[in-house]
Ligand binder design. Structure first.
Ligand SMILES: [Zn+2]
Length: 338
């Protein structure tokens, strides 16, 4: 686990939490809301470790027994709530891991902290079960719900929680974090930061992926062939297959669509500035293709393509038929490249 001082961005959230620690006015329930990879879990761990640290300061000391346990995730008073079904947190998960254990006093420290990742996956029954606990929590209990969207919660839950929002971290902060803390080279850091749209965790995963080069090459090949005018163009079946291969790299399909978005943002950027120095895709073949596409695609067309990529992500998250989603996306891209 890291302390607050190792977290990039989110200064406002850190300030609020530290002031609550200093004044000992800790809430019983929090919602940390923000996109995946934005740092919610890292913040929850830093907060939990600080609350339990034997030094009692506003940063964990990293040296005491409790800190060491927290760092090896073996601190018995920091409980990570797990769920068996990938898409749902059920009432049994909440009852078994929270409601039935929260009455047991913490082992040695003043707080007992529950961290629920992907809390938006709690169904209504699970939320109602949780509600019973947060209506009358034991004095020592702190619940932290991490969520990509708080509008999935019952109003009775949100009204009892302190909601802290995690905004996008600026690209240049993500970039310097990758270069300085993760030893990523500058070009790779540029690319990963643009791709991650303000989520340092997501940027780190891509930049440190062994398949980084292949993922990037496959995206470029796809983008060049979609735009091809020499009879080598890709049909929707080939495109669906090509994108499906991304599974081999353990990358989410929706994340791959974000790489395609970086490309079209580059095309848009070049169209507006005619300056290749600001591009994220800066290998010479890539720049040539971006220039070409910038000449062919109108501003309105680029906007439509970027919207279509966003829509495809929403459809995939809602489990709309994969092939159909890809076909619609490709049609939109092709129509706007004429
Ligand atoms: Zn400590």
């Amino acid at each position: 686990m890291a302390g607050f001082n190792e977290i990039i961005g989110h200064e406002t959230v850190i300030k609020q939490l530290k002031s609550q620690i200093e004044t000992k006015r800790i809430s019983h329930a929090y919602i940390f809301e923000g996109p995946n990879g934005s740092g919610k879990m890292m913040m929850a761990k830093a907060f939990a470790q600080t609350l339990l640290c034997e030094e009692g300061k506003d940063e964990p000391c990293h040296n005491c027994h409790t800190c060491k346990q927290a760092e090896s995730e073996s601190q018995p008073d920091i409980i990570f709530v797990k769920h068996e079904k990938p898409r749902t947190i059920s009432v049994d998960d909440i009852r078994g891991q929270i409601n039935q254990t929260i009455g047991i006093k913490p082992y040695s420290r003043p707080y007992k902290i529950y961290i629920v990742d992907e809390a938006e996956k709690m169904n209504e029954a699970a939320q109602n079960a949780l509600l019973k606990t947060i209506e009358e929590p034991p004095e020592y209990a702190v619940l932290i719900l991490l969520s990509s969207s708080s509008n999935k919660f019952l109003p009775t839950i949100t009204s009892r929680c302190v909601t802290l929002s995690f905004r996008a971290v600026p690209d240049d902060e993500v970039k310097s974090f990758l270069i300085e803390k993760c030893n990523v080279d500058e070009d790779k850091a540029d690319f990963a930061a643009a791709f991650a749209q303000g989520a340092p965790g997501k940027a780190m995963l891509l930049a440190q992926s062994e398949d980084f080069g292949e993922i990037r090459d496959s995206a470029v090949e796809l983008l060049i062939r979609i735009g091809s005018k020499d009879g080598n163009e890709m049909d929707s079946y080939e495109m669906a297959q090509a994108i499906r291969r991304i599974n081999e790299y353990h990358m989410e399909l929706t994340d791959y669509l974000d790489i395609l978005k970086v490309w079209y943002r580059d095309v848009l950027c070049f169209k507006a500035t005619q300056n290749p120095n600001d591009l994220i895709f800066k290998v010479s073949d890539e720049v040539r293709e971006i220039k070409e596409q910038a000449n062919h695609i109108s501003y309105g067309g680029l906007e439509e393509i970027l919207n279509a990529l966003e829509k495809a992500k929403i459809r995939l998250n809602a489990n709309v038929n994969y092939d159909l989603t890809m076909e619609l996306l490709l049609e939109t891209i092709k129509e706007n490249q004429k």
